[in-house]
Each structure stands twice: as C-alpha cells, then as structure tokens.
Design a protein around this ligand. Structure first.
Ligand code: ZN
Length: 541
C-alpha cells in the first residue's frame, strides 16, 4: 500500500515539476571581449544589482573556457549558441578567404539580401554560413509558439545567436545610428522599432563620456602610451565628447566605442521584450543580447585602461537595469538568464615587452612576403593565395597548372617559418583533419578547422604575441585576441533565475557546454550540440 501511495506521489510530483519547470523567458547575454578576471578586478566597483547579484544569487562558473582556436566574435557567438565548435558550425573567424571567389568574405555577410530599415550595406547580413542549428532554432522547433529576438551593435552579434528561424535580429547601422535588419528576416521593420529608431538613436544617446566614479575608485592611470588616441583627441584621456568626436571623424565609431551604445542597446532590448510580448506566451521565448562596445573600446584602449574600467562599471549598471526590469515583469522563477563572453583579450603586447614579460608582435605581412619569395626562388611561382587569421591559403589554380606537389610547397613554407620569433608552431590543414595528438593547442586548432574554409597552413603564436599587419592603425597601441591562451579563452559564465540558488562551479568547462545544458533544461528536441551537460545546473527529474 505504501508503495502505491509513494508511486502516486512521485508521479504527481513530477508532472507538477515539469509544468513549472520551463521559464517564461530565456535571456542570453554575451559581453564582447570580457576576460574572466574582470569580475574580480572591477568587482569592488560593481553595484549589488548587476554582476554581483548574479554571483550572489545564481550560478558562478569560474572556469569556463573556449576550447578551440581562433577566439573571435563570429566563432564565439556561433559556438555559444550552437553548442558546437567551428569544425562543426563552420564559422571559423569573422572574415576568411573564400577559395571559390579568391576574396575575403565576412561570416555573416550575404550579398543576396538587403537592408531593412536602411539602404546601406550594413544591412547585408544573414546566418547563411552557419551550418549547424542554434539553441534558438531548437527552441522554435520544439515549441513552435516560442519567439526569438536577438540584438547587438555588431551584425554578427545579433545574426549568429538568432539562428535560421529568428523572429527578429537587429543590429546597428553605422550609416545612420539606428537599428536595422535584413530581408533574410522580414520585409519591413516592426512598427515599434521604427518608432524606437526615431527617438532612440546614436545621435540622441551620444554625450560627454566622463568617469562615473571618483578618481580614487579607479586602479588604472588615464594617460598611458599603450592606448590608441581617438581622432579629434590629442591624448587618450577623459573626457570624451562623443558627439564632437563623431562629427570630427565623420563616423559613428566613437559612439560605439563608448558606454552610451550599451545604454542604447539595453533600451532596445527592454523595448523588444515589451513590444514583442516576450515571456507572455504559452511557450518560453528567448532574447539574445550581445554588448559589442566593450570589445570596440578594448581594442582601442586595452584591458588595463581607465576607459575599460569605466566601461565595465557602467555596463554593470545596464545589467542591473535589465535584471530589475526582468524580475519585476516575470519574477525570478520565470526567468532563465546566462551571461558569458565571446572571448577575452591579451594585454597590449608592447606593455608586456616594456614590463619584461613574454609577448610581442609577429609582422605577418613581412613574413608572408618572405615566404612568397622563398616559393618563387624554389619553384619559380608564388604559390601563396593569401593569409587571414594566421591561416595561409595556397593558390590551387597555380598548383594545378604547375604540377608542383602541394606537400612540397607546404614543407618549404614550414621550414622557413620554423624558429621565427613569436611563432610557436605551424600545422598543415590536412594534419588537423585527422589529428591524433592530445596536444592542447593543436587540438584546439583542429576544433577551429573547417576544411573548405580554413587555410592550408595554420600558425600558432607564442604566449602574449599578436600578429601585426601593415594596416595596423597606431603601431604598438591597442590590442586584440584570437589565441588559445587563457587570457583569450577564460571567460565569465553566470546563470540566474528559475530555482537556481548560489552555487560556484570550479571545474573546467567548455563554451559548448552552455547550449548543451540549456537544451536539457528546456527539454528541447535533440540538436547538434557537442558539449557536455553541466549537471550542477540541471535540477532535473
Ligand atoms: Zn574583438
């Protein structure tokens, strides 16, 4: 008898649990270029309602890493949202050389679509190069009533999270300071966005950027030789009159380099929740937000700048505003939110050099020219088609017509790369396809390798090194990312909402685990994720 009661109790219990187990709204937040250590470095200046609220009342995954090379924005967003790596989803970089056309293509660039909300070229974006389904696609396949909206300053920050079935993916149009989309998604902007754009645009949000807190609150010096100087400024110091800088440069880049772009984006996200009635339907809806400005400013000023410190102090307040609004509208138990980053960043290499630490620059154009000459000397032909993202592409047309063995060319190039300062190792594409080593960096490189899009020879730089091209704006100032080292791979990962209580997870996790876990929590149809479920986050049945 007891057994029967117990059986009934368990059955009823699990039904009740299932029904209330789905959140009304899922919010994915990606901060573009956020190193894990920012949570500690800037944490004392954060409020109690933003990052610290999630850390204190949610899950703090302290050891989340990218598990492939290269760590860029396109692959980052694609990997977070598909739960797979570039060798599966095909987004191997932001831009790469397309062999068929022998030109550089952008990961979301699509000449077959046109802008909606603007006639500018910024509208020509779609997820057509993303070859795996996103968690947002799977949400809609499982629950046809679910809505998906994604917003970002960068097109790729909105397009890749939204997947193939997004109900609206919106990004910033640098030609006029408003949010647009493409004909891939719709034929005209929703009314609410038209209205939003009229009042809430770059011009109306651009103000004078001053440090938010008192001078003693900041650890960084304002004036440093490692920061780029924005056009119209003579020193890299506060205040930044953003409106004036936009006028001087004749572009909206100073605006997207400022925290005011984060405010505009948060306002867009809140408006989208309201006007698209997200979280109000019978199935869970999903909103994806990607904050691009920390990356744009991070490239210019570097992670040790006062500008970046202030950027994050202000971003924390945007997060607080968003959390507060979500909680008021839905209540904690009806929200599921995660926050992570698409990659970290390396300190300005020139600073590493000056501080006597390991790091520096590899002058990549110079190196490629040397290799071209070696190829001409040995074979009478320059067999290099080009270089992008430390991938060297060979010219297959020339190889076919000359009859020279591809392997021989690659061996010559490898021989001449060996021992060059700043280069740790090289790997042939073919080797990466059937890699039999567990060597960390090589393994990561192979997970970022997609045969029809990647190069024939790939380089791995030493710790602290960045490739430098002849096009580099201001030599030895500013910085970048892309490597497989912890400064680029280790990112924050915070979860909040539903029945999550404070928990810290210190074991090492991979970025692909996020969507793999979400899929389980949301009880989605099996997608194409290759990560591992983070069991601590699944309270399951
Ligand atoms: Zn970047």
């Amino acid at each position: 008898m007891k057994k029967i009661y117990l059986f009934i109790f368990l059955t009823l219990g699990s039904i009740a649990y299932c029904q209330k187990d789905l959140p009304k709204i899922i919010v994915g937040i990606v901060v573009d270029q956020m190193c894990y250590d920012y949570l500690n470095r800037f944490g004392t200046n954060f409020s109690q309602n933003g990052f610290n609220k999630i850390i204190n009342e949610g899950a703090h995954l302290k050891n989340m890493h990218y598990n492939y090379i290269p760590t860029y924005t396109g692959p980052g967003h694609a990997s977070i949202y598909t739960g797979t790596t570039p060798d599966h989803h095909g987004i191997i970089a932001n831009d790469w050389i397309q062999r068929e056309t022998r030109t550089q293509v952008n990961c979301v660039g699509d000449a077959t679509v046109y802008g909606i909300g603007s006639n500018s070229l910024y509208g020509q974006s779609s997820p057509h190069r993303l070859s795996k389904k996103t968690i947002t696609d799977m949400l809609k396949e499982t629950y046809p009533e679910s809505k998906v909206v994604s917003v970002s300053i960068k097109d790729r920050g909105a397009v890749l999270p939204g997947g193939q079935q997004s109900d609206g993916s919106y990004w910033f149009d640098y030609s006029n300071g408003t949010f647009i989309t493409s004909s891939f998604y719709m034929s005209e902007l929703p009314c609410w966005l038209d209205k939003f754009n009229k009042k809430n645009n770059a011009q109306s949000y651009a103000k004078v950027w001053e440090p938010l807190l008192n001078p003693e609150a900041y650890s960084a010096e304002d004036d440093s030789p490692y920061e780029r100087i924005l056009r119209g400024k003579t020193k890299p110091i506060f205040p930044y009159d953003i409106k004036q800088l936009c006028d001087i440069s004749g572009s909206l880049t100073p605006f997207t380099t400022s925290p005011f772009a984060n405010t505009l984006l948060t306002d867009l996200a809140l408006r989208a929740i309201k006007k698209e009635k997200l979280g109000k339907g019978s199935s869970p809806d999903m909103l994806c937000i990607s904050y691009s400005s920390p990356d744009i400013a991070g490239h210019a000023f570097g992670p040790d700048s006062k500008e970046i410190e202030d950027m994050y102090i202000r971003l924390d307040l945007e997060l607080a505003r968003l959390l507060n609004s979500l909680e008021r509208s839905f209540g904690k138990s009806n929200i599921l939110l995660f926050l992570t980053a698409d990659h970290g960043v390396v300190p300005v290499p020139q600073k590493l050099i000056d501080d006597g630490e390991k790091g520096g620059y590899v002058f990549i154009d110079q190196l490629i020219n040397e290799l071209r000459n070696k190829s001409i000397n040995a074979f009478g032909v320059d067999f290099i088609l080009g270089q992008d993202n430390l991938n060297i592409y060979l010219d297959y047309q020339k190889i076919t017509s000359s009859g020279v063995d591809k392997e021989e060319i690659l061996n010559l190039l490898e021989l001449n790369i060996k021992g060059k300062k700043g280069i740790k190792q090289s790997a042939k594409g073919k080797e990466l396809e059937k890699l039999e080593t567990d060597d960390g960096l090589l393994k990561m490189l192979s997970k970022g390798f997609y045969p029809t899009r990647s190069g024939d020879l790939l380089l791995i730089l030493e710790h602290g090194y960045l490739p430098k091209t002849n096009l580099s704006v201001e030599p030895f100032k500013g910085t970048s990312h892309g490597s497989g080292y912890a400064y680029d791979t280790h990112v924050p990962c915070l979860w909040y909402g539903m029945d999550l209580e404070k928990i810290e997870i210190t074991r090492r996790l991979a970025i692909t685990d996020i969507s793999t876990t979400l899929s389980k929590i949301l009880k989605l149809k099996k997608g194409q994720e290759t990560g591992t479920e983070i069991k601590e986050l699944i309270t399951a049945d």
